[in-house]
Design a binder for this molecule. Structure first.
Ligand code: CUA
Length: 159
């Protein structure tokens, strides 16, 4: 094998991954966006964190039925809990979570679902999903928010 030929092999060994890796990333983005249903949360609006107790829907955190099969859940995140900590929704319903924070940045992630948003003081996060499988889903704060971050959790019960 002459030196020139070995040089070509090295070129190909680097060129192939440099093409394959961006393609793999693109495929991963397309799959998460269109197959797994993961998307960027929309602008849910702004809120004065000091006025949460007086501002709808956060003045009454909890589940509200908007229409048959459609629910809205208002959730307030604060160190180190979600209010309400237990959310009950029927199976198959379209559920929109409207979440804000009273104090610092928190996370709002429901295991086994595409629901995964940041919760920022002054901002409202809005995310919609449908629970097809009944059961208990763990709701966790996945943004480090202080010494009690690891205990900040709740649950969604689909019945
Ligand atoms: Cu709230 Cu971590």
């Amino acid at each position: 094998m002459n030196k020139k030929y070995i040089g070509y092999l090295f070129e190909i060994a680097w060129i192939l991954p440099s093409i394959a890796i961006p393609i793999a990333i693109l495929v991963a983005v397309i799959i998460t966006a269109f197959v797994a249903g993961v998307g960027v949360p929309g602008d849910g609006g702004q809120i004065n964190p000091a006025a949460i107790a007086q501002t709808a829907p956060f003045d009454q955190p909890g589940v509200r039925e908007l229409a048959p099969g459609r629910y809205e859940v208002a959730v307030v995140a604060q160190v180190f809990q979600f209010m309400p900590g237990e959310i009950r929704v029927p199976r198959g319903a379209e559920v929109t979570f409207v979440v804000t924070s009273r104090d610092v940045i928190h996370g709002f992630k429901i295991n086994k679902t595409p629901v995964n948003v940041m919760v920022i003081p002054g901002q409202i996060s809005r995310v919609t999903t449908t629970f097809d499988e009944p059961g208990e889903y763990l709701l966790v704060c996945h943004e480090y928010c202080g010494t009690g971050h690891h205990v900040m959790a709740g649950k969604v019960i689909v019945e």
